[in-house]
Ligand binder design. Sequence first.
Ligand SMILES: [Zn+2]
Ligand SMILES: [Zn+2]
Length: 135
Amino acid sequence: MKMDSKGPGSSAAGGIVDQAARDRRDRETSYRGMAMKLFPPICARCAREFEGKRLRELTVHHKDHNHDNNSPDGSNWELLCLYCHDNEHQREVEHARMERALGADHVDTRPVDTTPPLRHNPFANLATLIAQKKK
Ligand SMILES: [Zn+2]
Ligand SMILES: [Zn+2]
């Protein structure tokens, strides 16, 4: 068996991966370019200004965290420097971790575990107890 990188099968698969990566890169650079034209080169968090080579440190953040939501009016974009962008996503991670730690019940408006105690009504029992005491 030959695992030759020049074989027709592997080169085709490699081509697909390359193409996907290139597409993604193109998309990323294009929305970045659009955002750069829309917004001044200033970080939306720390208000640092970027120019020249340092413009690379300014990145496009998606407010709803959906990288496919690239509204041409820039409503889903925010220019953040690498540090603030990192921070922004760290907060999201912490938030998600906290939600998970609190459990699904917390997210539900009506916790599921209130139903079982209601099935055998404690007050019905109390009424019986009172009734028994009166006798
Ligand atoms: Zn910043
Ligand atoms: Zn982001």
